[in-house]
Design a protein around this ligand. Sequence first.
Ligand SMILES: Nc1ncnc2c1ncn2[C@@H]1O[C@H](COP(=O)(O)OP(=O)(O)OP(=O)(O)O)[C@@H](O)[C@H]1O
Length: 282
Amino acid sequence: MTGLAETPTRPTTAKGVSVEFENVRHAFLHGNRPVRVLDDFNLRIEPSEFVSIVGPSGCGKTTALGMVGNLLKPRSGTVRIDGAEVRPGSNDAAFLFARDALLPWRRVRSNVELGMEVRGVPKAERRERAEEWLRRVRLHEFADSDVLHLSQGMRQRVAIARTLVQSPGVLLMDEPFAALDAQTRAIQQEEFLRLWEAERPTVIFVTHDLEEAILLSDRVILMASRPGRMVVDMKIELERPRHQEMRRSSDLFKSYFHDMSARLRAEVDLAEQRMMEENQND
Ligand SMILES: Nc1ncnc2c1ncn2[C@@H]1O[C@H](COP(=O)(O)OP(=O)(O)OP(=O)(O)O)[C@@H](O)[C@H]1O
């Protein structure tokens, strides 16, 4: 069940680059007490791989993502994108969160252009690329609409277009579909995979939903907490394109879920037990 995955086949237009955590350690201060969050965290993600990270609340998933996105620096160890250490000003990675963070005073098209605007892409090129991505997410008819008039699912598609239009080498996704109802979430998962296939940026996807992780990913990483470290690295060999029916029809899917859910439950129980012990000792 454990073991490093091989490099997946990349389409010729693939944009993905490698990501590497080497002996990464980090701690936060809780009062006067340093709490170790990541401890000797090692992970190599190949260009264009889709890797999900699951684990108990507080195990350090978002912290690891933040290091790739240059939001925080590890206390020790190294995080590399495409072989180069992540440094202030590195902008190979783009984020997509549960909350879409669209600017309500801007129209749909202008929200999609935002990242390109910040990076100084000329206006005509911005417009052309935004139009192309609005077509891809099936929102070109809403280009001049007010974002406040869109459904939650449509808003998230605008956010996806705004992120992918920048052709990032690495896409950092922190529970991007968590705010959606179950039906919309299922549609968005499949639709996102279709969009991802076009350029295949490397994806690091944080989720609490194990089925979602298995359905989308080439690999699922399970982390333990206190301190956060990798305990399972499971390669997912379901064929692509993936679709929702696989949850019910694929024995392989069910066996991945069976193997991983028991481990995940055990880690969640352990994390809760440790937290209670720590609270008693405080
Ligand atoms: N800026 C901060 N200052 C202090 N402690 C922090 C900070 N950011 C995170 N932590 C702590 O570090 C630990 C790991 O947080 P992190 O958000 O990375 O976990 P997570 O696995 O993403 O959790 P969740 O699944 O609940 O989102 C938690 O105990 C959290 O309280």
